[in-house]
Design a protein. Structure first.
Length: 160
């Protein structure tokens, strides 16, 4: 697997990954009816760096990294990760997270914070914890899950 910076030419393959996840509405606090253009503008926004993971020339995952806050909080980064359904459980998200942590350290970030991890997303939580992220906060009933109703969201953090 190869991870590289995303380009505008990757937009269709990125949409093919993020579109179904946004539409499902069970892991990201994004509007499920978000247009393709709006989703790509969000994922490839000027306020972040976006990367893709490739396998045999096909994009199988994508992530972004950005400063979590401005000013006095800009030394902490935030990331979002999405993988193709076809490769779930094969280590793509782990590889992207490890890549993002190296990239963050190289760019002077002192910590990485995940602001809103849906508590029912147990696979992601287990992965982040295996990579030494800690749950530092719980937001009760903060996420309206389409099948489970109101569920908690977690704030997870790792010092870099």
């Amino acid at each position: 697997m190869h991870i590289r910076r995303a380009t505008l030419a990757d937009a269709i393959q990125i949409w093919n990954i993020i579109g179904p996840i946004i539409r499902a509405g069970d892991t990201y606090a994004l509007n499920t009816d978000m247009t393709e253009a709006a989703a790509l503008e969000y994922w490839l926004g000027d306020d972040r760096e976006t990367f893709v993971a490739e396998e045999d020339g096909a994009i199988v995952g994508t992530y972004y990294i950005r400063a979590n806050n401005a000013g006095g909080g800009k030394h902490i980064c935030n990331c979002g990760y999405m993988t193709s359904e076809a490769v779930r459980g094969r280590g793509v998200a782990r590889a992207m997270c490890l890549h993002s942590m190296r990239h963050a350290r190289q760019n002077g970030y002192l910590g990485m914070q995940f602001n809103f991890v849906v508590a029912s997303n147990t696979r992601a939580i287990a992965l982040w914890q295996s990579l030494n992220f800690e749950v530092v906060g719980r937001l009760p009933r903060a996420f309206a899950h389409p099948a489970l109703g109101y569920t908690d969201a977690l704030v997870m953090f790792q010092t870099l």
